[in-house]
Design a binder for this molecule. Structure first.
Ligand code: PAF
Length: 277
C-alpha cells in the first residue's frame, strides 16, 4: 500500500492505474469505512482512500480542532483490508491559497443538516470536487448514514456532468443498532447505553408508516418528544422524500426518515428508508 501526501506524487502514481475507485474519508476509520472500502475494491483496479479533515465543512463552533486524527492506525487498518493507495494531504497541500471558488449546492444546502450547520455542504461539495480532480476516479463510494451528503454529491455529479459513478453503501450498525460514527467515541458509558434509542425510534416510525399511518407530523412529534424525555436534544426527526429530502405528498412512496439529535456533547445522525406499497 502506498501512502501519498502530495497531489504531484498522487497524479504520478495514478497515471499507470487509471481505473481507480475512490473512498473519501476524514480518517479515524471504523467498520463503516471498512464497508466503504469493501464496496470499492471489486469495482476497480485500484482502491484509493483519502484521509483529510476538511476545515471548510466545520462551523466555527464545531469540533474541527478536536476531531480525532489517527493516521498511523488508519493506515494499518487500510493495509489489512487491501486498500492500494492512501492519499493524506495536509491543509497547505489541499488549500495552498484561500479557497475563493466553491460549489453551492442550491436549496438542499439550506434544509435539515444544512439549516443546523450553515455552509457545511458547500465545504463538503467543494472538497469532494477538489479530491475528484486530484484522484480522477472512475467511481466513488459514500455511506448512506450521511444521507443528505449523498444527495448533495449525487446532484453535484449530475449537474456538473462529472465522469464519476457514485456508489452508496448501507449504514453499518453496532449489534444494538447504533449507526457507527467517529463521533460515537465522545459518548459517555451511560450515553452509549442510551444511544441506540435513535435507531429504535426510526424503526418504530417506519413500522407505523408501513402499517398505513400517514399522519407524518404526529409520528414525528411523538418520536421527538420521546427522545427529549430521555435526555436528547433533537434537531429533527422527519419523514422526507428520498429523491430531494422535501416533505412528501400523499402520492410519494419512496421515503426516508432522517433524524439528528444531540446526546450530551455528540450530535448523532441516522436515517432509515421506507417504501410504501
Ligand atoms: O463523509 C465524510 O467523511 C466527509 O464529509 C467527506 C465526504 C470525506 C468530505 O470531507
Amino acid at each position: 500500500m502506498e501512502v501519498i501526501h502530495t497531489v504531484a506524487e498522487l497524479r504520478k502514481y495514478l497515471q499507470s492505474v487509471p481505473n481507480n475507485v475512490f473512498v473519501p474519508t476524514m480518517g479515524n476509520l471504523h467498520e463503516g469505512h471498512v464497508k466503504l472500502v469493501e464496496e470499492a475494491a471489486p469495482r476497480g483496479a485500484c482502491t484509493v482512500v483519502s484521509i483529510f479533515v476538511n476545515r471548510m465543512q466545520f462551523g466555527p463552533k464545531e469540533d474541527f480542532d478536536r476531531y480525532p486524527r489517527t493516521l498511523d492506525d488508519d493506515c494499518k487498518k487500510l493495509e489489512s483490508i487491501g486498500c492500494d493507495v492512501v492519499f493524506a494531504p495536509d491543509e497547505k497541500e489541499l488549500y495552498p491559497e484561500p479557497q475563493q471558488y466553491a460549489i453551492y449546492p442550491g436549496s438542499i444546502e439550506n434544509i435539515l443538516e444544512g439549516a443546523v450547520r450553515p455552509g457545511h455542504f458547500r465545504g463538503v461539495a467543494t472538497v469532494v470536487l477538489k479530491l475528484f480532480n486530484m484522484v480522477q476516479p472512475r467511481a466513488a463510494v459514500f455511506g448512506k448514514k450521511d444521507y443528505q451528503q449523498c444527495l448533495v454529491l449525487k446532484n453535484m455529479v449530475r449537474q456538473l456532468a462529472l465522469p464519476v459513478e457514485i456508489i452508496l453503501a448501507e449504514t453499518v450498525r453496532a449489534d444494538d443498532g447504533l449507526a457507527l460514527s467517529s463521533r460515537n467515541q465522545y459518548l459517555s458509558v451511560s450515553e452509549r447505553a442510551e444511544a441506540p434509542r435513535l435507531y429504535r425510534e426510526l424503526c418504530e416510525l417506519k413500522d407505523a408508516l408501513e402499517h398505513g399511518t400517514h399522519s407524518y407530523a404526529i409520528l414525528e412529534a411523538e418520536a421527538t418528544t420521546d427522545l427529549a424525555r430521555h435526555g436528547w436534544q433533537p434537531d429533527y426527526v422527519t419523514v422526507r422524500r428520498r429523491e430531494d429530502l422535501l416533505p412528501p405528498s400523499d402520492s410519494d412512496r419512496e421515503l426516508v426518515i432522517v433524524a439528528a439529535a444531540r446526546l450530551g456533547t455528540p450530535r448523532l445522525l441516522d436515517n432509515i428508508e421506507v417504501t410504501l406499497r
